[in-house]
Design a protein around this ligand. Structure first.
Ligand SMILES: NC(=O)C1=CN([C@@H]2O[C@H](COP(=O)(O)OP(=O)(O)OC[C@H]3O[C@@H](n4cnc5c(N)ncnc54)[C@H](OP(=O)(O)O)[C@@H]3O)[C@@H](O)[C@H]2O)C=CC1
Ligand SMILES: CC[C@](O)(C(C)=O)C(=O)O
Length: 331
């Protein structure tokens, strides 16, 4: 059984007298910067001139610099830019400032594992990857809790890389929830698989297909939305709290019987074969190559797909319904 590490296993003192540059202030960047600051760490933020995020970071009381200046000032540098821009920002603005003893952090292994970023041998290269969206990383920290994180060492120039990664994880609240050791390769491949097959790709496809089936059969779109999208969170909360058993304990016997007898008809041998194919595309680098080239070409397919998805009927129905939910927290 893999070991989880908690607060008492990590030493925040390793961050004393260090300046940590958070490069990027989006979903993860704002959460890491604010959590580290609240943990007593000296944090600065690196962004490009004219960045929308710079105003938010300044309003939160953080010092903001151009990426190169932040990388030069910092001892520890965490890259929280979109994966597709990391290669060029790293090459032009970060690499020239990677002097002996610095630590380069990532929250996802994509650019190291697929060799888009190749750091010099004189720095530690580590990963602290929260297993949740940035807004939860911040919200749970403020509530005195945290989001579980994965951590990994790719390069240990100082001999302290592992302890440093664990200290950073503590600074963002990860060791409150528990952190688990991995490798850059394992994190990258499992993360891509999870987001493509289950969490984002698979779940969105399932939700849309369920909605479309009910609407095509003449049911009200609002009911289809509640059944196929809204209740997903309520069910998933139970699963996360106590596994499938807790969810099945809470739902009616009718729902449980339907789950056990009809669920397996949705994920067939054909679906499982497709899952293995998607995993193989990840492991071989085929997905990474496609994503890199799509971005180099200016995202033509990505943009078209985003537009098409935004116009889906379920999005229109959901927008109208959610506007009536006064209790719904809006970020
Ligand atoms: N989203 C998540 O919850 C998770 C993300 N990760 C990983 O974290 C990393 C960051 O992802 P995420 O937080 O989603 O990113 P976001 O897209 O939310 O934020 C990116 C930030 O980088 C800034 N930025 C964009 N281009 C540049 C540039 N050329 N130079 C400087 N700054 C730039 C953006 O500024 P502006 O907005 O002003 O353009 C923004 O502040 C990725 O490696 C991702 O895989 C890992 C776990 C979960
Ligand atoms: C599930 C998406 C994710 O992998 C995450 C929030 O962990 C991401 O990269 O955003």
């Amino acid at each position: 059984m893999a070991r989880m590490y908690y607060d008492s296993d990590a030493n925040l003192d390793l961050l004393a007298n260090k300046t940590v540059a958070i490069i990027g202030y989006g979903s993860q960047g704002h959460a890491h910067a604010l959590n580290l600051k609240d943990s007593g760490v000296n944090v600065i933020v690196g962004l490009y001139p004219g960045s929308k995020s710079a105003t938010k970071a300044k309003e939160a009381g953080l010092e903001v610099y151009d990426v190169a200046e932040a990388a030069q000032k910092a001892d520890w540098i965490m890259i929280l830019l979109p994966d597709e821009v990391q290669k060029s920002v790293y090459k032009n603005e970060i690499e020239p400032h990677l002097t002996e003893g610095k630590v380069l952090f990532f929250a996802h292994g994509f650019n190291i594992h697929f060799a888009q970023v190749v750091p010099p041998a004189n720095v530690d290269v580590v990963m602290v990857a929260p297993k949740g969206p940035g807004h939860l990383v911040r919200r749970t920290y403020e509530q005195g809790e945290g989001v579980p994180c994965l951590f990994a060492v790719y390069q240990n120039a100082s001999g302290q890389a592992r302890d440093r990664a664990m200290a950073y994880a503590k600074g963002i609240g990860g060791t409150r929830a528990g952190i688990l050791e991995t490798t850059f390769r394992e994190e990258t491949e499992t993360d891509l698989f999870g987001e493509q097959v289950v969490l984002c790709g698979g779940l969105s496809a399932l939700i849309k297909s369920g909605f479309e089936t009910l609407v095509a059969a003449g049911y009200q779109p609002e009911l289809a939305y509640f059944e196929c999208l809204h209740e997903v969170k309520l069910i998933v909360d139970l699963i996360v709290e106590g596994g499938l058993a807790k969810m099945r304990d809470s739902i009616s016997n009718t729902a449980e019987y339907g789950d056990l007898t009809r669920g397996p008809r949705i994920v067939t041998d054909e679906t499982r074969a497709e899952m293995r194919k998607i995993l193989q595309e990840i492991q071989s680098g085929q997905f990474a190559r496609e994503f890199v080239l799509e971005n180099q070409a200016g995202k033509p397919g990505f943009t078209a797909m985003r537009r098409r998805e935004a116009e889906h009927h379920i999005e229109e129905v959901g927008k109208d319904l959610r506007a009536m939910f006064s209790w719904l927290k809006k970020d």
